[in-house]
Design a protein around this ligand. Structure first.
Ligand code: NAD
Ligand code: TYD
Length: 342
């Protein structure tokens, strides 16, 4: 049995990854460590509470003592590190929270892994560390210089450098993944796609920043999770792997696809003041992961949007409680007897 520590497993991508790993590997057990910030939601893992190979512990990676005590007596062979502050707009409002979790917290996860002598850490990073591209620039490769532009991407780039330093200095067996924009089930409705889907379902305005011509590469969250798992199993320590969805779209194209899937009018689109420093374009060259680890994304964007819209339509209680903040009591209801671990 491999004992896998997943950090940030109550968030969007982490919760999808926990489900994927438990389904795909009978010989992997998962401990999900999460602080349950506003973005962490145990309802994302509903149904796993009694799973024999799954367990949840609550701790903040910034608090080393709390992390150690939450994991006392728990075997850990590998770590997949998702825990982070992840929303660019929030990083513009409050960069300090990003430095705490993404930089200091990542160093603590590395230090914890070194103390336990783990055989693999996957550090889940982002294509945003490479900065922005012009409309006709070639896509980011793993050799593209690190030139982050937002407090979020600067904090993620800092964490990548700490992971690199731990490999170089101590031979710490860490691998970095840099993925493009994810979408799919359980995404917190402050990010573009779930915000637009849920607003449109309520006939609320869809706030498009600037002229809506910024370009992102969109990847289905399940594809990202498969790629992370391939890197966990077969990636080479000390390296970084780009992951993309092969689906570059302007924000306006994304929003129009959502409105079409919901049969809602384009008059809901409302242009609002642009995000300061808004990166124009991200795009991924995935030659390395496709040729070396045999990973290619499987979901077509049009089908992924249909499925995402269907998921939010079928999970109205989930997103309404998230939007209203009601999910915050879930941990106390489900795990009240285990409180005190953080
Ligand atoms: P998310 O915001 O949905 O989830 C983050 C999770 O981390 C939450 O469960 C939160 O409670 C937990 N967390 C935050 N601070 C913590 C702390 N101090 N201690 C312990 N847990 C803490 O994020 P996401 O979109 O699922 O992203 C997961 C990872 O993937 C992040 O590292 C992010 O940078 C990276 N990433 C995200 C995308 C994307 O499109 N969402 C793309 C590429 C990379
Ligand atoms: P976001 O989901 O915040 O991801 P990121 O900024 O990390 O790529 O935003 C995706 C794109 O959508 C980005 O260009 C900003 C834009 N956007 C809007 O136009 N309106 C919105 O309300 C949000 C949240 C984002």
């Amino acid at each position: 049995m491999k004992n896998l520590l997943v950090t940030g497993g109550a968030g969007f991508i982490g919760s999808n990854y926990v489900r994927l790993v438990l389904d795909a590997h009978d010989d992997v057990s998962v401990v999900n460590l999460d602080a349950l910030t506003y973005a962490g939601n145990l309802e994302n893992l509903a149904g796993l509470e009694e799973h024999a190979r799954y367990r949840f512990v609550r701790a903040d990676i910034v608090d080393q003592a709390a992390m150690e005590s939450a994991l006392e007596g728990v075997d850990v062979d590998q770590i997949v590190h998702f825990a982070a502050e992840s929303h660019v707009d929030r990083s513009i409002e409050d960069p300090t929270a990003f430095i705490r979790t993404n930089v200091i917290g990542t160093q603590h996860v590395i230090d914890f892994g070194r103390r336990r002598g783990i055989d693999r850490m996957v550090h889940v990073s982002t294509d945003e560390v490479y900065g922005q591209l012009g409309p006709d620039d070639p896509a980011f490769t793993e050799e593209t210089p690190i030139q982050p532009n937002s407090p979020y991407s600067a904090s993620k780039a800092s964490s990548d450098l700490l992971v690199r330093a731990a490999f170089h200095t101590h031979g710490f067996p860490a691998v970095i993944t840099r993925c493009s924009n994810n979408y799919g089930p359980y995404q917190f409705p402050e990010k573009l796609i779930p915000l637009m889907v849920t607003n449109a379902m309520e006939d609320q305005p869809l706030p498009v920043y600037g002229d809506g011509r910024n370009v992102r590469d969109w990847i289905w969250v399940g594809d990202h999770c498969r790629a992370v798992d391939a890197v966990r199993e077969r990636g080479e320590p000390g390296r970084a792997y780009n992951i993309g969805g092969r689906s570059e779209r302007t924000n306006l194209e994304v929003v129009k696809a959502i409105l079409a899937a919901l049969d809602k009018p384009e008059s809901l689109i409302t242009y609002v003041k642009d995000r300061p420093g808004h990166d124009l374009r991200y795009a991924i060259d995935d030659t390395v992961i496709s040729s070396e680890l045999d990973f290619t994304p499987s979901m077509q964007f049009e089908e992924g949007i249909e499925r995402t819209v269907a998921w939010y339509r079928d999970h109205e209680t989930w997103w309404r409680s998230v939007k209203s903040g009601g999910y915050l009591g879930y941990y106390e209801r489900m795990y009240g007897d285990r409180l005190g671990q953080s």
